[in-house]
Design a protein around this ligand. Structure first.
Ligand SMILES: [Zn+2]
Ligand SMILES: [Zn+2]
Length: 442
């Protein structure tokens, strides 16, 4: 649903954990009068030295493992001992610190908060503000627009072919004639552990993100900041921020279309429009390759200018530059249009001898593609079908287009020369089938 910008209420950030962090004991280093480090003193003696204050700490050499160091830290009226490591940074667990002082500061905050507020933390995700927040994009752009979650339910239709009714196939409602521009594909967030400078609050549960470093995670695509534990509960509704998406080529398909709020990548739309406008009769269309440096220039233009890239005849007179750029774009996707996950399903489908069952299997596999991949494939196949209508001039039919696009659209999950060679026939066949039966498959 769309929320009216006037209805937007700023979230109420919860400061309980922030207050607690302020109260956490501060590190107090117990220094040895003679040396920098305490030597091989016993646990008991360390205990005695630290008993004075919460937050007191010292580093001693381990008696059991000489040469290794132990951090002894006073917290909760007892002495905690940690094996201390150093590899350019200091650490006892996952987090790495510039100094032992920072490590102890962070440990004290974490221990204090997680002891004092254990129950609070366990419950903090149960009533998230996320839904009310309308996500971060709203804070940045004042654009209150919540993406509709679920996908459009595919509707069941029966299609007729050769005057007999084939088994019912599930068919997605056609988008062709709907000018619907809003993209509602699901996309998972791309969370990475993050160190926040200054106090930060979780955009899922509204609570403070405690600690000195690595307090939470940030989505590299949209900038959403949440606790690590909250990240597992955030829905797959990442709306990538254009400012964070650096390039067009080699960018994940779903990420790119979500960033541009489009149905398909603009590279595919723009190249196909250009080819249909001036290249359909060109001999060897898609088979003949353009000059590598011209294709490279197109790639750079898209990465630099996005949808403003100039690929007109005045910029690139040779249509093979445009077909080459489109092929390169598809080949360079980190996840191919026919995803690694579904690769073998498509290959197996192509091996089915019965034509009718083979088509059905391909259709079943198509429906499992992520929506952005499905829409891209559908648009491309409709275009390739039109290319074959000009076979008399361009000498391209569905079979040789299958040879060209097979390895461009599908790659085995593990690159292995033998599999690739064995699957070539099926790759070609899958594409050939999709072109020939484009009208019923999509
Ligand atoms: Zn995100
Ligand atoms: Zn949270």
């Amino acid at each position: 649903h769309i929320v009216n910008p006037e209805d937007y209420q700023p979230p109420i950030w919860k400061s309980y954990l922030y207050q607690l962090q302020q109260d956490a004991p501060r590190p107090k280093r117990i220094t040895c009068p003679q040396e920098v480090f305490h030597g091989m003193i016993s646990r008991e003696f360390a205990d005695e030295l630290l008993a004075r204050a919460e937050g007191a700490y010292l580093i001693r050499e381990s008696q059991r493992q000489p040469g290794s160091h132990t951090l002894a830290l006073r917290f909760g009226h007892q002495t905690l001992n940690y094996r201390l490591f150093y590899d350019g940074k200091h650490f006892v667990g996952e987090k790495r610190f510039e100094s032992v002082h920072d490590l102890v500061t962070d440990a004290l905050i974490t221990l204090y908060i997680e002891t004092k507020a254990a129950e609070y933390i366990a419950r903090m995700t149960t009533n998230p503000i996320y839904e009310h927040l309308g996500y971060t994009s709203l804070l940045k752009d004042k654009m209150v627009h919540r993406l509709s979650r679920g996908r459009t339910e595919p509707r069941r239709v029966t299609f007729q072919r050769n005057d007999r009714i084939s088994s019912p196939l599930v068919r997605r409602s056609a988008l062709k004639d709907t000018p619907e521009k809003q993209c509602s594909y699901e996309k998972i967030h791309n969370f990475k552990v993050h160190t926040f400078r200054g106090p930060h609050w979780c955009e899922y549960c509204a609570n403070f993100m405690w600690g000195l470093i690595a307090q939470g995670v940030r989505c590299s695509d949209c900038g959403l900041n949440v606790h690590k534990q909250c990240s597992k509960l955030v829905p797959s509704d990442c709306q990538p921020d254009l400012r964070r998406i650096k390039k067009v080529f080699s960018c994940d398909l779903t990420t790119l279309v979500k960033a541009h709020n489009a149905t398909r990548p603009m590279v595919v739309d723009m190249c196909i429009q250009e080819i249909e406008a001036r290249g359909m009769k060109s001999e060897g269309l898609y088979r003949v390759s353009g000059f590598t440096e011209h294709i490279e220039n197109v790639r750079l233009a898209f990465n630099r200018d996005g949808e403003k890239a100039d690929i007109s005849a005045s910029a690139y007179a040779d249509i093979n530059t445009i077909t080459g750029a489109l092929k390169l774009y598809l080949r360079d996707l980190p996840i191919p249009v026919i995803t690694f996950e579904l690769y073998s399903k498509f290959i197996q489908s192509a091996k089915i001898p019965n034509v009718e069952s083979r088509l059905e299997a391909v259709h079943e596999s198509l429906l499992q593609l992520p929506p952005a991949h499905y829409e891209t494939l559908r648009y491309l196949m409709a275009h390739l079908k039109r290319v074959t209508l000009f076979e008399k001039d361009n000498l391209m039919n569905s079979e040789n287009l299958g040879i060209v696009f097979g390895p461009t659209l599908m790659q085995p999950p593990e690159l292995n020369a033998l599999t690739t060679l064995n699957d070539m026939r099926q790759q070609k066949l899958v594409v050939q089938l999709m072109i020939e039966h484009e009208d019923v498959l999509f």
